[in-house]
Design a protein around this ligand. Structure first.
Ligand SMILES: [Zn+2]
Ligand SMILES: [Zn+2]
Length: 338
């Protein structure tokens, strides 16, 4: 048994407390990673609050982990002790279902989320199946890389999956933790990039992240002006939107792609899907290969999330900052266990 120091929540909306747990012997295909940084994602809040009815307390949040391999089981492949790796939403998957064998491990029905029934990265060490411990390129800045592993892959993966071309026009709705990375990725991909935001104050910053145009998502006339202009619109917000208005911004064959977990059902007018042959879809994070491709792409194009740092010992302050909607644009905790 190995003791691991962590931060945990014991119930919905409860403050995180110091927590020590006994980790069983390392499994043959697992690595143990010494956490250096861990991003704070909105899904950590959702899990702490049990918004999705799947939380198991005490919960150790943290699923944007960056650190170094300190221990490896006997069947671990391709990773060395001391190697820099990242772990995102998933820490494991079955490795034998059609999805895993087909390379879509993130769609595995028995994937192991890093923070549900498994202790996450608000800790001195975290464990993952070696396939899900993604090597970090040497020239990627470790202090800001964390948010790429959940937020970053979530907005990058649709560009890969739907084979978006640099000649196409991509919209990003919601300029927050996910959206600001979406603007950077879509711009580096070569696309013409349109930011949709309800907050006028973010327009200038959206341009600095890579938006060629900024449109107010609250202004119906502005949305109508964008009619039939986008190949894909990636929606990162988790609030109800003017879905019919947003659908109209798509060209024929266009796609409205949802990555923000809106709780309310989305009213979608069928007639707008039929005429114009439009699609509505969603996706969860990305596969290990998509994660590795995203990290290489980020390193090559010098893409880093805009982050604010807190020591992990001030995790409750950091959570409050995120809860209050003040994060610009992602929060990263630096592990500071004694
Ligand atoms: Zn599987
Ligand atoms: Zn996340």
């Amino acid at each position: 048994m190995a003791e691991i120091q962590a931060w945990a929540s014991y119930g919905p909306t409860q403050q995180l407390q110091r927590y020590v747990y006994d980790a069983p012997p390392l499994a043959a295909e697992e690595v143990e990673i010494a956490v250096e940084y861990c991003g704070l994602c909105h899904s950590d809040l959702s899990i702490i609050n049990d918004d999705w009815g799947m939380t198991r307390y005490p919960v150790v949040p943290g699923h944007e982990v960056v650190g170094r391999v300190v221990s490896a089981g006997e069947h671990v492949k391709g990773l060395k002790i001391g190697q820099k790796v990242g772990v995102g939403w998933n820490a494991g998957s079955c490795m034998h279902c059609h999805q895993c064998l087909g390379g879509d491990h993130n769609l595995c029905l028995s994937a192991q989320p890093t923070i549900v029934g498994h202790c996450g990265g608000f800790a001195e060490r975290v464990r993952a199946h070696w396939v899900w411990a993604i090597p970090l390129p040497d020239d990627l800045d470790m202090a800001s890389a964390g948010p790429l592993l959940c937020g970053g892959i979530t907005v990058f993966s649709p560009l890969l999956t739907f084979d978006i071309k640099p000649t196409q026009r991509v919209g990003i709705a919601g300029i927050g933790g996910l959206g600001h990375m979406g603007l950077k990725f879509a711009n580096a991909w070569g696309c013409e990039v349109i930011a949709f935001t309800s907050s006028e104050s973010k327009a200038e910053e959206a341009r600095s992240f890579g938006a060629h145009h900024v449109v107010s998502s609250r202004d119906n006339a502005a949305l109508l002006k964008m009619a039939n202009s986008l190949d894909m619109l990636i929606v990162t917000v988790n609030l109800p939107m003017d879905w019919a208005g947003l659908l109209k911004t798509l060209k024929p064959n266009g796609r409205l792609h949802v990555v923000g977990a809106v709780v309310e059902p989305m009213p979608i007018p069928a007639i707008d899907l039929i005429f114009g042959q439009k699609s509505v879809s969603g996706s969860p994070t990305g596969s290990p290969v998509a994660l590795a491709s995203m990290l290489e792409f980020a390193a090559r194009h010098h893409i880093a999330p805009q982050v604010e740092h807190f020591p992990m010992s001030r995790v409750n302050e950091a959570l409050e900052h995120l809860r209050a909607g003040k994060a610009r644009y992602r929060v990263v905790l630096k592990a500071d266990f004694d």
